[in-house]
Design a binder for this molecule. Structure first.
Ligand code: HDE
Length: 730
């Protein structure tokens, strides 16, 4: 275990691995050093440029000024065309059990290896400086630095995609990005061009259900699932192949925030997810996911009522269970955001022997796009030599030169076959680990076409909607009403209502109610704008099927385990005169259960307890907000309670936490504070375990019992039932 060498010392050890050791040779640390130029000349004056006299013009001769300004002028590189905003972290992947029957990939066979990884999470639509809490898909890109080369699993937090063919990707992205005339809105899909496109692309219907669900506003990157989306292939040592879908299952469960909360966080802390990931790793709360595989034998390719090659479809876990085969732990923050996170170049085409592709037409297009985009973004063909992108194994081939070449290739030979260099570097036999593509049989005509097996656009959208809990369904109705409410065109809205009516009548009618628009009796022919010029519309007519599985509990976040408050953040609202026991007993119990407690007070720095002891304050009511926390507690102490009850910001804090359905606790002595809130009437007369599980409100005069009940409530994450009365104008 080695501490990071960052200037600000991290609180915990952040372990080394082979990739970190590799990166260390490129790291620079200025502590104790004298300043010099890029050519190594020591700098004597970094304050003043060279001038003709004290008040004279600057001299062109000033190589120190020129070098500094020139470098600065070139500091920016283009942001990623999608997934521009992201956060990265280092970690390791550890396998639970060897999988030789499916794959020969060494990192999926040798349980003694800890494979180093670098992960980058991202939003998709917004620019680099946009908010983390936009309603959006999240990228979940993992680079495994295996001993057989890099394997990149470039996935998302949703298991399906908007389109079935790479040909439509630029259209999709143009539609969702800010509109081109006025560059509005930033990091939002709630605008005309996006919904116009969706309304004439019925293949996007399933993905739109995910995007309008709370999955699009995660509580934390650490509480999201990840999916490889496409069906990939695994290939074993005998050359036998099977199909696979990759999953990441977060050990902290899958949780989201409320939409009103997301919008609030976007203003108060646009770096909310970035900060959350960084802080968790700095404090030793290393985020963990299990790698899950859904394996389908090759002979079962046509067993399903959807096409495995169609990226708008999941394989319901009821049909093929997810087998958890290993664990990913993120245990180290980057040293430098630009060098590591920004320059990381992921590519779905980075595979190792034992992992291969399928003919999913979206996957196939991606195989071209990722290298192509790095060539412009990172400035040339040598981006693989950038420290974060280099494999941990040495690279030997006959590729040479290009902008910014780092490697100094020795010798005269840069071609093969050759005799001067004894034909080195030699090709590797398959038995030596050489990659050989899976020899899939292909016997086909060259056509531009869409398989009829891709034309069922609604059944899995129905499956997703039917699998949600009531509150989740309501959130989706609200999300559609919000997004389509921001759309100006009634024609687009109406077309969307037509599509929604093919998914669920109640969904369509409630969104129609909010928009005050009738659902069209006969929905416009959905495919009539998105077919080739000479195609027969009948060949593209959507197939309407009943889902083969009626509901899949795994698709609902309500089924996520609710047995832990690990890393949850709780605000204690207090002022001078706080009852030390009431504060400290509950704090100790929550921290013992893995939560993080922060004291929020009217002013910064500290408060004094009843017995005049200093209690450190993490935030004042000015710099904190309820939306940064998972729950709130008000300790006793007569003076503290009187101050807090009379403080409008404190009362607003509680009202807002209630509105966002969070667990709330108060010492019985703090009842006057609760009485000042809008929800005073909803506090149960008698607080029991049952009432707490129902309402999420805990009141008690015994701090230890109160703490136990508060922990029970916090573990539920949210009490969405509270949304029904909607009586809190916070
Ligand atoms: Fe990407 N995608 N994508 N994508 N994608 C990029 O590559 C692209 C798709 C995903 O943290 C770009 O380096 C095409 C699906 C992630 O650096 C670009 C198509 C999925 C990231 C690109 C897709 C993804 C990207 C932009 C349709 C989930 C961020 C910058 C054929 C399985 C990686 C870059 C990171 C980034 C192209 C569809 C995931 C332009 C053409 C489906 C997580 O190459």
């Amino acid at each position: 275990m080695a501490k990071r060498k960052a200037q600000q010392d991290p609180a915990v050890d952040q372990p080394d691995n082979d990739k970190i050791k590799d990166l260390e040779q490129f790291m620079e640390d200025s502590s104790g050093a004298l300043m010099n130029t890029n050519t190594g000349v020591k700098i004597n004056d970094d304050q003043n440029s060279l001038k003709a006299g004290e008040r004279g013009a600057s001299l062109l001769e000033d190589f120190i000024l020129r070098e500094k300004i020139t470098h600065f002028d070139h500091e920016r590189i283009p942001e990623r065309v999608v997934h521009a905003r992201g956060s990265g972290a280092h970690g390791v992947f550890k396998l639970y059990e060897p999988l030789p029957e499916y794959t020969k990939a060494q990192f999926l066979n040798d349980t003694s290896i800890e494979t180093p990884v670098f992960v980058r999470f991202s939003t998709v639509a917004g620019s680099r400086g946009s908010t983390d809490l936009a309603r959006d898909v999240r990228g979940f890109a993992v680079k495994f630095y295996t001993q057989e080369g890099n394997f990149d699993l470039v996935g998302n937090n949703m298991p399906v995609f908007f389109i079935q063919d790479a040909m439509k990707f630029p259209d999709l992205v143009h539609a969702v990005k800010p509109e081109p005339d006025n560059e509005i809105p930033q990091a939002a899909s709630a605008h005309d061009t996006f919904w116009d496109f969706i309304s004439v692309m019925p293949e996007s219907t399933h993905m739109i259900m995910w995007l309008m669900s709370d999955r699009a506003i995660p509580r934390s990157y650490r509480m999201m699932e990840g999916f490889g989306v496409h069906t990939f292939r695994l290939v074993n040592a005998e050359g036998k192949s099977c199909f696979v879908k990759f999953h990441w299952k977060p050990l902290l469960g899958v949780h989201s925030v409320a939409w009103d909360e997301a919008q609030n966080i976007s203003g108060k802390d646009p770096d909310f997810h970035r900060r959350d990931l960084w802080d968790a790793i700095e404090s030793g709360n290393f985020p963990e996911w299990e790698l899950g595989l859904q394996i389908v034998p090759e002979e079962d390719e046509f067993k399903f009522d959807f096409d495995l090659l169609d990226p708008t479809k999941i394989i319901p876990e009821e049909l093929v269970p997810v087998r958890r085969v290993g664990k990913l732990t993120l245990n180290r923050n980057p040293e430098n955001f630009f060098a590591e996170t920004e320059q990381a170049a992921f590519h779905i085409g980075h595979v190792v022997p034992g992992i291969d592709f399928t003919n999913d037409p979206l996957l196939q297009g991606r195989l071209f796009s990722y290298t192509d985009t790095q060539l412009i973004r990172l400035g040339g063909p040598n981006f693989q030599e950038i420290p974060i992108n280099r494999p941990i194994v040495p690279v030997h081939n006959n590729q040479r030169d290009g902008f910014m070449r780092q490697t100094i290739n020795r010798g005269k030979v840069s071609y093969g076959p050759n005799s001067i260099g004894d034909n080195f570097p030699l090709q590797a036999k398959v038995s030596e680990g050489g990659f050989a593509s899976y020899p899939e049989r292909i016997d086909a005509r060259k056509v531009r076409a869409r398989s009829k097996s891709f034309l069922d656009h609604f059944s899995q959208a129905k499956l997703f909607f039917n699998s949600q809990s009531e509150p989740e369904k309501n959130h989706m109705i609200d999300a559609f009403s919000f997004e389509l409410g921001k759309v100006q065109s009634n024609a687009v809205r109406q077309r969307m209502l037509g599509i929604l009516s093919l998914v669920d009548k109640r969904l369509a009618s409630e969104v129609g109610f909010a928009l005050r628009l009738a659902i069209p009796e006969i929905p416009e022919q959905p495919m009539n704008r998105s077919i080739p010029a000479d195609a027969d519309p009948a060949d593209y007519e959507p197939v309407v099927k009943k889902p083969s599985v009626a509901a899949s509990p795994a698709l609902s976040m309500a089924t996520s385990p609710k047995n832990s408050i690990q890393t949850r953040k709780i605000a204690f609202i207090a002022a001078d005169g706080v009852d030390g026991k009431s504060l400290n007993t509950v704090k100790a119990a929550l921290e013992n259960a893995g939560a993080i407690v922060e004291v929020v007070a009217p002013r910064q720095n500290f408060i004094l307890s009843e017995t005049d002891k200093e209690v450190p304050v993490n935030h004042s009511l000015l710099t904190a907000a309820s939306v940064f926390y998972d729950g709130v507690y008000v300790p006793g102490g007569a003076d503290s309670v009187a101050t807090i009850a009379a403080d409008a910001d404190a009362v607003h804090f509680l009202n807002e936490a209630f509105k966002h359905c969070k667990a709330i606790a108060a010492d019985s002595a703090a009842i006057p504070v609760i009485e000042a809130t809008y929800f005073a009437k909803q506090v149960p007369a008698e607080c029991t375990d049952e009432s707490v599980l129902l309402d999420g409100i805990v009141v008690g005069d015994k701090p230890s019992t109160l703490a136990d009940r508060f922990i029970l409530a916090l573990a539920q994450h949210r009490f969405w039932e509270r949304e029904k009365p909607r009586k809190v104008p916070a």
